[in-house]
Design a protein around this ligand. Structure first.
Ligand code: BGC
Length: 891
């Protein structure tokens, strides 16, 4: 294509991703996969062919390279596409473009340029591990360590890259500037089995002459004391090198070694659960420039070589994402002020003060206020969760911590009599995942519940999926993550996030009697193999595959899945899984933890069947046909054992309560003959509770989907809309801005739940939100076409809602379902992104009653396979935007 044609081409190609990420560094697979989106207003737009062009760039030896154009491939695949014949060098920057032809054979031209950088691709780690030689005693919060090294460059580099890893969390600096806004680097792996590394382009920060590279090291999850007094090791350590390429293509390495120095800076205490203390009198803003010597710089200790592998980190880092201005401030005592941010959030605050040198400004963080209006901190348990800033007395001082985070809505500030007007700003931090979904409807309480779930996800998607962000826990509880995973993908683009966390889940796996996947990952203790928790090892990859179409998440996990199935089989030779205790239907209302009414053996057997069912489907996709048959037989065996053991002749289950029926129906464990009977028992169990839910962590996510599945979406609406205890809107009515851990974390009658375990930001019950998307709005995945290549738009109006607006940024582009009821008309606006298609299902009495933009649906040429099914009209539809109207609609 000529240069001028390239400029005039309306390519309409966007979202150019490599391994699911925008412009990633550290691509450490020799065969990366690329994805893009096609934009088009035109209905039925599909891709018919594509072509790649790739070039190594970044100057030095790669200056003036000519792009290689790869052969044109006839295919509509635009997600996770590899480039046959592409050969990559380590530590190299590449630019890539794709050119696409649409279904009319029209050449869309080359896309804009996107880039990626390779990681080590097997090349050696080039730096020693260094520490300050101190040991962190458990349950203490020591100072952070500052490391630095001076070096000279004859000329400004042509290219400079920083490679970085740490046992601890690190903030890199170069010549007095922070290298990146990324936080908590390099993340939280299962340190026993692996660590991560990251890399940054620092060409702009390096210069000719004297340079100083600096690293600030916090205890993080490594040397800080976690729950159960867990500490990986007492000495945090760091390793890094700068790889500097000059204009003649020569490479120089500046790496951590015995010549580095360390000093104690202003961060005099740090810890994830503890918080941070910053003594601004010790501040030296030139610590990482050439000329500062105000601290006592000492020789470092070179630590032994690290045995575990270092993997390139491949999910988005934690960053500052948004800011919140407090809605009110109240003086609650002499020199004590309480700020209300109006939203339970996770991160920290930016403090702005004017105070004399040495004045201590103390901050305490809390999710709730007690009856006296003071911060309620009992539910933080052993997490100190406070911060202290010691002023240096020089004008207006501004500070944010960096090696801790808090879950809070309220901040108590003491130590200043007259706080500045903008003394406190909430800084929300979380893994920087792009937003995918939006949902809004005519019921403000449902909208608040949706918002609470989204905030729960933001607050608990901080490096990995955690149970809660505030107390002395904040762990990767696997059960919580698996029940929330489907909702998570709808809200935020979570593919790389889960893929990375799955490494920790696999690392938690152990064979043997008490084996299985951990209840928490990274594993720091607790048990393994708990039903509904350990099964995350199978469920999370599966759900992630459905949402993203990223086959790698199946490939990477399938070996462990097979071992898991084998372990389950050995524990349950006759199909009934009775082996060990677990968490059960955790926190079902009205029951003490672990005392929920659903028998654990029933839960364990149901999850066993479900895991094997998913494992069988994975095997099918990965082409392991022998295993498909084997797992099919195994699943049939468990299913019939389940039926014999738990289901009576009329479909009843002995415990006769919601969760048991939901598991049996939701995991397809009931025979066709007994299904109607069991449905009636479930309806009875619901009615006994006056159509309130009676479910805990495992029953709740199945509740609305199963009720819809049995044709009782009306009942699902009525459960969801209950404003009284126990139900989702109970907490909303009581002012919640996030999802509570317990259905009764707080009640008007009893106040705070008496249990110490009482988080106000636990996303598990937010799992209802996937039903908002896939049933209320009707944007539902088609499991045969993962990654939204094909999906359905099948809204089920009800619950008195008069409108719903929902959208999902699918890999192919925006999918929309907007419906409203006006007089006796049902209006549905649908968008299907280019290169995908959908099955539409509209509630309508007849085909004749449906029009699209004023013309009869029957004449719509983009629709095919039109059918009337159960008072709904169904048809296939190609991409584009449409507006349907159903006349004579009865709500
Ligand atoms: C956590 C949970 C977790 C549970 C295990 C709690 O302490 O916060 O959310 O799943 O323990 O049952």
């Amino acid at each position: 294509m000529s240069e001028s044609a390239e400029i005039t081409a309306t390519h309409g190609l966007s979202n150019l991703l490599c391994e699911g990420l925008d412009s990633p560094r550290c691509i450490d697979t020799p065969i990366p996969r690329f994805s893009w989106r096609l934009a088009s207003e035109q209905r039925g737009c599909r891709q018919s062919a594509y072509q790649f062009r790739v070039v190594a760039s970044g100057g030095g030896a790669n200056a003036n390279q000519k792009p290689i154009e790869y052969p044109l491939i006839q295919s509509d695949q635009s997600q996770w596409v590899s480039v046959p014949g592409l050969r990559l060098d380590p530590k190299t920057r590449y630019e890539w473009q794709v050119r696409v032809w649409d279904s009319n054979g029209r050449d869309r031209g080359w896309s804009p340029k996107a880039f990626f950088e390779t990681g080590l691709l097997g090349a050696e780690w080039q730096a020693d591990w260094i520490s300050d030689g101190r040991e962190v005693r458990k349950k203490t919060a020591p100072p952070a360590r500052f490391f630095r090294k001076k070096f000279r460059l004859d000329e400004p580099p042509c290219r400079a890259t920083l490679f970085l890893s740490a046992f601890g969390v690190v903030e890199p600096w170069l010549n007095g500037r922070r290298v990146t806004d990324d936080l908590f680097l390099p993340g939280w792996p299962d340190y026993r089995k692996r660590n991560f590394y990251v890399s940054y382009d620092v060409t702009e920060l390096a210069r000719g002459g004297e340079n100083v590279v600096g690293l600030v090291l916090g205890d993080g999850w490594y040397s800080g004391t976690l729950f159960l007094d867990h500490q990986y090791d007492a000495t945090p350590k760091v390793s890094a090198w700068l790889e500097i390429v000059d204009t003649r293509g020569r490479t120089r390495i500046v790496s951590t070694d015995e010549t580095w120095k360390w000093a104690q800076g202003p961060i005099v205490a740090n810890g994830i659960y503890f918080g941070e203390t910053y003594d601004a009198r010790r501040e030296d803003e030139n610590w990482s420039t050439s000329d500062s010597n105000s601290w006592n710089w000492q020789g470092v200790v070179v630590e032994p070589k690290v045995e575990v592998p270092l993997d390139a980190r491949h999910s988005q880092p934690v960053r500052r994402i948004e800011e919140i201005v407090p809605v009110s401030v109240t003086q609650v005592g002499p020199g004590v002020f309480l700020y209300d941010l109006g939203q339970n959030m996770v991160g920290w605050v930016r403090l702005k003060v004017r105070a004399e040198s040495g004045r201590e400004i103390r901050l305490r963080f809390a999710e709730m206020r007690d009856a006296d209006g003071m911060v309620f901190t009992r539910n933080l348990r052993e997490a100190e969760a406070s911060a202290c800033y010691i002023a240096n007395g020089q004008g207006t001082e501004i500070w944010e911590p960096c090696f801790t985070f808090f879950g809070f809505r309220y901040v108590e500030v003491s130590g200043t009599d007259d706080p500045l007007e903008d003394a406190i700003t909430g800084v929300v931090i979380h893994s920087d995942l792009p937003r995918t979904g939006h949902f809004e409807c005519s019921n403000p309480l449902i909208n608040q519940l949706y918002s609470n779930t989204l905030w729960g996800q933001k607050g608990n998607f901080l490096e990995l999926p955690t149970d809660c962000p505030q107390r002395d826990e904040r762990l990767g509880w696997t059960g919580d993550a698996q029940v929330f995973c489907n909702t998570a993908h709808y809200n935020l683009s979570s593919g790389p996030f889960f893929r990375q966390w799955m490494a920790a889940v696999r690392d938690s796996f152990e064979e043997g009697k008490n084996g299985g996947y951990g209840s928490v990952a990274p594993f720091i203790g607790f048990d393994r193999g708990a039903a509904g928790w350990g099964d995350a090892g199978v469920i999370v990859p599966w759900v992630t595959w459905l949402h993203t179409g990223d086959r790698m998440i199946l490939e990477e996990n399938f070996e462990a899945v097979k071992r898991y199935v084998a372990l389950l089989e050995s524990e349950a030779p006759d199909g009934i899984r009775i082996s060990k205790e677990g968490w059960g239907d955790w926190l079902a209302p009205g029951h003490a933890p672990k005392e929920a009414p659903t028998p654990y053996v029933l839960i364990a057997t149901a999850y066993y069947a479900y895991s094997v069912q998913l494992a069988q489907r994975m095997a099918g996709i990965l082409g392991a046909s022998d295993i498909v048959g084997q797992y099919g037989d195994l699943q049939a065996k468990i299913r019939s054992a389940f039926q014999k053991e738990f289901i009576e002749g009329d479909g009843k289950i002995a415990s006769d309560e919601q969760t048991a029926y939901l598991l049996a129906l939701g995991f397809d464990l009931v025979s066709a003959e007994l299904r109607p009977g069991m449905v009636r028992y479930l309806e009875r169990a619901m009615a006994r509770k006056n159509n309130h839910l009676a479910t805990g962590f495992l029953g709740t996510p199945l509740l609305a989907p199963v009720l819809s599945e049995i044709g009782r979406t009306d009942l699902a609406y009525s459960v969801v809309l209950k404003e009284t205890y126990p139900g989702w809107l109970f907490s909303v009515k009581n002012g919640a801005t996030t999802i509570w851990e317990r259905w009764d974390s707080w009640t008007p009658e009893n106040g705070f739940n008496a249990g110490g375990m009482n988080s106000f930001n636990h996303y598990a019950y937010g799992s209802i939100v996937s039903w908002f998307y896939d049933t209320v709005a009707g944007l539902k995945l088609d499991e045969s076409y993962p990654g939204w290549k094909r999906f359905s738009v099948a809204p089920f109006p009800g619950g008195g809602l008069t409108y719903v607006k929902a959208s999902v940024e699918t890999p192919y582009g925006l999918a929309v379902s907007d419906w409203r009821i006006v007089d006796e008309r049902f209006e549905l606006a649908v968008t299907i992104p280019p290169n995908s298609q959908a099955r539409i299902s509209i509630p309508a009495p007849t085909i004749k009653s449906v029009t699209e933009s004023g013309a009869l649906l029957a004449n719509l040429k983009e629709a095919s396979h039109l059918e009337e099914v159960d008072e709904r009209i169904e048809f296939d539809l190609v991409s584009g935007s449409y507006h349907f109207t159903v006349a004579g609609f009865q709500s």
